[in-house]
Write a protein that binds this ligand. Structure first.
Ligand SMILES: [Ca+2]
Length: 186
């Protein structure tokens, strides 16, 4: 058999294989087998601001930075609390959020948030209320409670406006986290 015949045979064999096996044709599954969608804590992507700061400043021992440091053993405390108090998280790019968590402080249940609303904004000026709670209580110290709602909109700003605490004139909170939730899990 000459080299030419061998080459022709090889080409012919490959042509048959292409027809039989779809050799060289790329095919993709019709379902997203490799897509993994889950709830994600996006707090670290945002910048915190508050309208009432701890007496020691944002980076102080009980400053506002402690409410988003992902450490349940540190807390943000203000004295005195006022009913117009809010905490805000601003994202560099619009971000979907459909759940948030609040973790109570290590002591003094009276300082826990009781009444609040959670809002989103595209521009930091016009706000849309996404979740409202009244009469909430935390049955333990350093206890995390999760609050969820439906939201498909990507807002740039999220704000929690806390209008009442359990009792007394102080407010404290160990942690406030924002969670991105895939639509099918809302
Ligand atoms: Ca903390």
């Amino acid at each position: 058999m000459t080299l030419l015949k061998i080459t022709r045979s090889a080409i012919g064999l490959c042509a048959v294989l292409v027809l039989l096996l779809g050799c060289g044709k790329e095919e993709y599954p019709s379902v997203d087998l490799f897509t993994w969608k889950a709830k994600v804590d996006v707090t670290a992507k945002a910048a915190l601001s508050v309208n009432i700061e701890s007496s020691g400043g944002a980076s102080g021992a009980e400053g506002s930075a402690k409410v988003v440091d992902n450490d349940f053993n540190t807390k943000f405390l203000i004295n005195p609390f006022a009913s117009n108090f809010y905490m805000q998280l601003a994202f560099a790019s619009p971000q979907q959020v459909a759940s948030y968590t609040l973790t109570s402080g290590n002591d003094a249940a009276g300082r826990d948030p009781k009444d609040w609303k959670f809002s989103g904004s595209l521009d930091g000026t016009t706000w849309v209320d996404l979740d409202t709670r009244t009469g909430e209580t935390f049955s333990g110290r350093n206890l995390t409670k999760t609050y969820s709602f439906k939201n498909k909109v990507l807002y740039k700003f999220y704000r929690i406006s806390i209008s009442a605490v359990g009792s007394g004139s102080l407010f404290q909170l160990s942690e406030w986290r924002l969670i991105e939730v895939p639509e099918e899990q809302q």
